[in-house]
Design a protein around this ligand. Sequence first.
Ligand code: SAH
Length: 213
Amino acid sequence: MEDAERKMQFLYTLRSRGVTDRAVLTAMEKIDRSQFIRHYFTDRAYDDMPLPIACGQTISQPSVVGLMSQALQVSPRDKVLEVGTGSGYQAAILSQLARRVYTVDRHKRLVTEAREVFERLGLANITAFTADGSHGLPDQAPFDRILVTAAAEDPPGPLLAQLKIGGIMVLPVGQSDTVQSLIRVTRRDEGFDYDELRPVRFVPLVEGLGKDG
Ligand code: SAH
């Protein structure tokens, strides 16, 4: 299949799976997913499936990246935190929607590799750190939007605390070995609203740094 045809098919699949936000689709059309995966999988870059990356982790299924980005309702002035950099693909999509993206992963190797891709693609509004994202990023808080791409049993308290009033956090919650729920948390003047969006399956949010750093 020609590249252009493959990309059209990709966008068609995203739309048919519920990704309808124009800005999100434009971002996903522009950012080449093959840059974020290992060379022996590049043929599969535009298939709607998760793929393995380094450190035993996975790059999410594109339609899930699209649905999460859409549920986050990012606007161009927003400062966004992503927990779980992984390949960097989701952060790259967010970089097209937001003013500034901070992304953290507990594996130093993933952060180093993702930074190289951000630099190669000229995505200058992303800052990646090696850190345990379950504590958030206190130095840069508060955030307009927070996206967590690893599953916790409950929304981590520090992340709730680092959300601005009116801010939105999207995250998978539930046990790691079963189907989890994608939820959206909106911070109100007093308290939080919770919406359950759809079933998903993510790797677990693990405390502490990875063995490689
Ligand atoms: N968003 C990624 C996919 C994430 S996979 C992408 O677009 O490719 C989930 C990632 O969460 C893994 O890379 C894992 O290392 C990371 N992770 C798990 N627990 C974490 C924690 N406590 N802090 C930061 N990152 C964590």
